[in-house]
Design a protein. Structure first.
Length: 95
C-alpha cells in the first residue's frame, strides 16, 4: 500500500520582508490604479502596513485602460508590467 507523504508547513515570510509583490487585477491604469474583483482584500492587506514591498501589477496590454475607478482606500501599484514591458508611470502612482 502506498504511503502518504506528509509535508511540513512552509515558512511564510512577512510582507515587510519582501522586496516586491506581484498583485493581480482585472484592469490597471498608468497612474498605478488597479481594478480588482471588488472584495478589497489587497487594499486592506497592504493599506495597513507601515512598510510595504514594491507593488507590481501584472497584466496583458488589453487590461490597461485610461483610468480605473478609485476610492480613498485603494492602494496604488508602484509599477504595472505587461507583455510589452513596464508602463510609464504617471504622477500620483505608487508609494
Amino acid at each position: 500500500m502506498p504511503r502518504v507523504l506528509r509535508r511540513s508547513p512552509a515558512a511564510v515570510a512577512p510582507l515587510a520582508a519582501l522586496a516586491a509583490l506581484v498583485v493581480p487585477g482585472l484592469a490597471f491604469d498608468a497612474a498605478g490604479g488597479r481594478l480588482g474583483q471588488g472584495g478589497g482584500f489587497y487594499d486592506r492587506l497592504l493599506g495597513g502596513l507601515a512598510t510595504r514591498p514594491r507593488l507590481v501589477g501584472l497584466a496583458f496590454a488589453a487590461q490597461v485602460v485610461p483610468s480605473v475607478p478609485r476610492e480613498a482606500h485603494d492602494v496604488l501599484m508602484d509599477t504595472v508590467v505587461t507583455e510589452g514591458g513596464p508602463l510609464a508611470q504617471e504622477p500620483g502612482g505608487g508609494s
